[in-house]
Structure formats: C-alpha cells, structure tokens
Write a new protein. Structure first.
Ligand SMILES: [Zn+2]
Length: 472
C-alpha cells in the first residue's frame, strides 16, 4: 500500500481518537506511520486546521508506543464571537468527545447496505449522505458475506462513525468531521513466525506435503520454485526428500495464513537443489540459488495450458488449410477458446494486432536476442498494446482461431537472433542472476535464512536418529 495523497489529507487524529470495541489502535503498519509523519511535515506552511491531541500509535510487533505531536497549530478558524465576550487568550477547550454506541453487524448473504443501515436504526438518507460525502464509501458497495460493519451512533442515534472490516488485516473507517465524513484506511500487521517442514516422498508430492502438515497451496508453491529443474510429474521418485522454511502469519494469537516460502531444499534422485527468496533493492521478490543464480529460466517452456500439441514445429510441413508445403515455424497447442495465453518471458510488446493468416497476433521482443510470437488469438488482454512492457507469466491474450486456423489453438514461435527455433526443444536461458552490484546485499539477506534452514535440518535429523535409537 502506498500512502495516497488522500491519506495525507485525512484528519487522522480524529479517527484515531476512538476505536470501537476498545481496541488499541492497530495502525501498526509502518506505511501508515510514515504517512502520518508525511501528513505533519507537509502541514507546515499550509492553512489546514488540525486536532491538537498527540497521537499515540502502538506498534503491534514491539508494543512500542509512538507519540506524534502536531508540529504547529494554526490559529483558531474565524468565528462570530458573542458580543461583549472577551477575546479568548487560549484556544477554547475541545468539547468532550461524545460517547458513541458501537454495534457490529456481520454481513449475511443477501444483505445490502440499505438493509444493514436499517438494522442499525439508520435510514437510506444516512447511507446516501455517507456515500455522497466520502467517495471512498463506494467500497462499501462491494461488501461480502462475512465482512463486518461497525456503526458508531451518538446518543441521538446519528451516525458518527462507521468501520468496514474488509478482511482480517484491512479496515476502512469513516468518521464525521465537521459537516462531512472523513475516511481512513487502516491496516494491521500480522505477527510473523518462521515454520519448518520436512518430508520424504512415499507415493506423491502432495501426500508427503500433507503428512508434513503443509497446505496443498504451499506444496504447489514449492513445486513452482523447483519446477524449472524438476519435472514433478515424471521425475519424482520414492525416497525424494524436501524441506521448506516459510512464514506463518498470526493475528491475536490465531493463525490467519501462510506467508511466502523463505528457503527450500529438494533432493530428487540423489541430486539436491536449494532455493532462497530474495527481495531485490527494487522490491522484486524472486528465488535464487544460495550463490545468487536465478531458479527460473528467462522463458516459460509453454505459454499456455494446453490439452495436446496439435501440430509440432516442422520446417517441411504441408499446410492444413493452404495444402501446400510450407514450414510450420511454431508449435500448435490445442486449448479451449478463451484459455489465457501468457508472455513466456519479460519483454516489450512489438506487435499486438492482425497479421494475415496468423490472425490476432502478439509479438514480444525480449532484449536484443529473443523474440516470441503468439498467433490466432481470440482477443488481446486489455492492457496489451504495442510498446507496453510485460512480465513473464502475464496474460497477453486468449486462445482462439482467428486467421488461417482449423480450430482453437495457440500457434507459438520462438526466435533466437532472428532465426526460428523449435519452442519445445530450444535451450532456454537462465533468468538473470543477482547483479554483482547487489551481491553483498543478497548475501547479507539470504545467509541467515540458509543458516536457519540448515539448523532445522540438523535438529530434525538428530531427532530422527534419536527416535531410531529408542525404537531399536
Ligand atoms: Zn501453427
């Protein structure tokens, strides 16, 4: 989340002053903290009036309380002073904050905002007022069953505050501020713990993962990391082992999900592969060997999930529609119409348009050496047009049969230095290693992680040796 301009302008003090259900302000995200600082530093020299209370931010990780004092307070806004009353020396004391009554509703299937407002004792007029005054309230139209909405009402029954809990971590809050509603997005930071699992494959990768207490998603992620070196359908053998170090996320002591895999090791038919996650200086997360070589190739072998190869690469083929000998310069992957087609590598779109018998075609230029071509597309992805940069795996279009094609399929061509190659057999270059300028940063980031993986590894080995000794 980036601090948006809006965030900086919100009267955060008012929003933080009260929190329903007596929670400590969980605005622990550093991003919000940062945006607060930005808000105050940018307030110098501007003429907005602000609350005078210091703002306490409790960081959930450390329990540290951060107090922020607004740097300077503007003069009181001009107001009609009652006649004869002396000019006040100091700003009037703030009126006591009203005591609000908070009620939380869980959205049920079939609930609309209007229904929820009625349940809270409010009218459609209140709802329109909120949506009219706070553009962010449009997000409320996407409420889903299970979401929670908290209403804070004055003793007179007027809406003063509304909190929409989008998910376990993010909430959107609206608070009446003068004559309008101000909004604020709050994000909680989960507590992160490192977890370790190790398994030996007996029959299948997924069963081994499940036995080790891994979710199928986590196992899939693991397979994705090593999928460039190991064919998980053909290469897996009984006795293969793997271990994985990953993040587990907790909120108020309850597990809410897994974070990324931090490091993993896979031994396939006696050969061991190691991977570690590294977040580059630019913020991109990727997996590398502990030496800094990329775990992935610069190109996907196949840019589409296909049912079969309907026509292989063949320089001397009789064309099925033209019935003449004409090289088949690519591989045809049969797939249902509409199947997403992915960019096989990072690059720049050279063409996204009609190209004779190829029909709707995308050509991607990958650096100086490589080019890939995707033909007969039913449609292009809406973000795809000439000149646009794409990432490996990004959807560029959808399988179709435009141009000269007998049925829906992707015709895929692969060029190296201008000459066409068989996409199925061409040697795919490794994706870029960690640049040498970043190697020191890489080492300092990944060495402790690899050491931790090793440590767990030794401990479990010792434990299993101990078990065997006990059994025998
Ligand atoms: Zn073809």
């Amino acid at each position: 989340m980036e601090p948006s301009e809006n965030t900086n302008k919100k009267p955060i003090a008012a929003l933080l002053r009260q929190y329903p259900r007596g929670h400590v302000i969980a605005a622990g995200s550093l991003v919000l903290g940062l945006s607060l600082l930005l808000a105050f530093s940018s307030s110098e020299g501007t003429s907005s009036s602000r609350q005078s209370q210091p703002i306490a931010l409790k960081l959930p990780d450390t329990g540290q309380v951060l107090e922020l004092e607004p740097a300077s307070l503007e003069a009181q806004p001009p107001f009609e002073a009652a006649e004869n009353s002396p000019q006040p020396q100091a700003p009037e004391p703030e009126p006591e904050p009203q005591t609000l009554t908070y009620t939380t509703f869980t959205v049920k299937s079939g609930d609309s905002l209007s229904v929820l407002f009625k349940r809270a004792g409010l009218s459609d007029r209140d709802l329109y007022e909120l949506i009219d005054q706070a553009p962010e309230a449009r997000a409320l139209r996407r409420i889903m069953p299970g979401n929670e909405i908290t209403f804070g009402l004055t003793p007179e029954g007027e809406l003063e505050e509304l909190v929409y809990q989008r998910d376990q971590l993010r909430s959107l809050r609206f608070a009446r501020q003068d004559d309008a509603f101000a909004s604020e997005e709050l994000e909680r930071t989960p507590d992160v713990q490192i977890a370790y699992r190790r398994a030996t494959i007996d029959s299948s990768l997924f069963l081994a993962g499940q036995r080790a207490g891994m979710t199928d998603n986590l196992t899939m992620e693991l397979a994705g990391i090593f999928g460039w070196d190991i064919d998980f359908i053909l290469d897996i053998r009984r006795g293969d082992t793997f271990s994985v170090l990953f993040e587990e996320h907790f909120l108020d002591g309850e597990k809410i999900g897994n974070g990324p895999i931090l490091a993993a090791e896979f031994t396939n038919r006696g050969k061991t592969f190691r991977a570690v996650r590294y977040v580059s200086a630019e913020g991109d997360a990727n997996y590398f060997t502990p030496e800094g070589r990329s775990m992935r190739r610069a190109f996907l072998r196949t840019p589409v999930e296909f049912t079969r190869i309907s026509s292989p690469f063949n320089p001397n083929r009789r064309h099925p529609v033209l019935n003449t000998i004409r090289a088949h310069k690519g591989t045809d992957y049969a797939a249902p119409r509409g199947t997403p087609v992915k960019a096989s590598g990072d690059g720049r779109i050279k063409l996204a348009g009609r190209k004779g018998g190829y029909g709707n075609t995308v050509i991607i230029q990958h650096g100086q050496t490589y080019e890939t071509l995707y033909a007969h597309l039913n449609a292009f992805h809406r973000n795809i047009r000439s000149g646009v940069r794409v990432k490996q795996g990004q959807i560029i279009g959808y399988v179709g049969s435009t141009g000269l094609a007998t049925g829906p399929h992707l015709h895929y061509e692969f060029y190296v230095n201008g000459s066409v190659r068989n996409p199925v057999t061409v040697e795919l270059p490794q994706a870029e290693s960690v640049p040498s300028s970043e190697l020191a940063r890489f080492k300092s980031q990944v060495q402790p992680i690899m050491a931790e993986l090793e440590q767990y590894h030794r401990e479990t080995q010792l434990a299993s040796v101990g078990n065997e000794l006990r059994v025998n």
